[in-house]
Design a protein around this ligand. Structure first.
Ligand code: SF4
Ligand code: SF4
Length: 182
C-alpha cells in the first residue's frame, strides 16, 4: 500500500516540477527579446558611443597617427596586452629619429580598463565601439594597430638665420659692384 502512495507522490512531484519548468519557459517565450532582429539590423543597430569594444590608434585626415612610441601605454597596461616595438629612421634633415615600428594589441587579454588611453601623452589612443570582434582562433585576436603605411615626414623648414643670409646675399653683391664702378 505504501509503495502505491509513494508512486503517486513522486508522480505528483514530477508533474509539479514539469509545470514549474514550463512556467519559466513560457515566461521567457513572451518576454521581448533585445536582440530579436540581430544580425538583420546590423547596419542600423545603435551601440553606445562609449562602449569599449577594441583599442585603436587615432589617425588624422592625412593618415598619420600620433603615437611617438614612448611605451607609456605598454608599461601602464596591467596585463601585458600591448607590445610596442620601435625602429630608427632617417629624417629629411639628415638626423635619425626613433619611430613606431609595430603596435601590437591582444584583444583576448584586454580588460578594457582604459589605462592606456588615459595615460597616453599624445592622445593617440581610443576605444572603438565596433562590437563585432568574434573570431574562431585566439591568434586572430592579436592585432597590429598601426596598419596604415607610414607617411613621409614633411621637409624641415629652413632656419630663420639661413633665410636671412640668403635674402642678404644680392644686397652684398650690389654693394660690391657699386664699389667697383666707383
Ligand atoms: S600610444 Fe601613446 S603612450 Fe602608447 S607608445 Fe604611443 S604615444 Fe606612447
Ligand atoms: S584597456 Fe587596460 S588592459 Fe586593455 S590594453 Fe589598455 S591598459 Fe591594457
Amino acid at each position: 500500500m505504501g509503495s502505491v502512495k509513494d508512486y503517486f507522490s513522486s508522480l505528483g512531484a514530477g508533474v509539479a516540477s514539469l509545470l514549474k519548468g514550463m512556467q519559466v519557459t513560457g515566461k521567457e517565450f513572451i518576454t521581448p527579446k533585445i536582440t530579436e532582429r540581430y544580425p538583420e539590423d546590423r547596419e542600423t543597430v545603435k551601440v553606445p558611443e562609449r562602449f569599449r569594444a577594441i583599442l585603436t590608434l587615432k589617425y588624422d585626415e592625412d593618415g598619420r597617427h600620433k603615437c611617438i612610441a614612448c611605451g607609456i601605454c605598454q608599461r601602464n597596461c596591467p596585463n601585458g596586452t600591448i607590445t610596442v616595438t620601435t625602429k630608427m629612421v632617417d629624417m629629411p634633415d639628415g638626423k635619425k629619429k626613433r619611430k613606431l615600428d609595430k603596435y601590437v594589441y591582444d584583444l583576448g587579454s584586454c580588460t578594457f580598463c582604459q589605462l592606456c588611453v588615459t595615460t597616453c601623452p599624445q592622445d593617440a589612443l581610443d576605444f572603438s565601439n565596433d562590437f563585432e570582434q568574434a573570431v574562431f582562433t585566439r591568434e586572430k585576436l592579436v592585432k597590429q594597430l598601426n596598419y596604415l603605411p607610414e607617411k613621409e615626414e614633411p621637409a624641415p623648414a629652413p632656419k630663420p638665420a639661413a633665410v636671412a643670409a640668403v635674402a642678404e646675399t644680392p644686397a652684398v653683391d650690389a654693394k660690391q659692384e657699386n664699389k667697383k664702378e666707383n
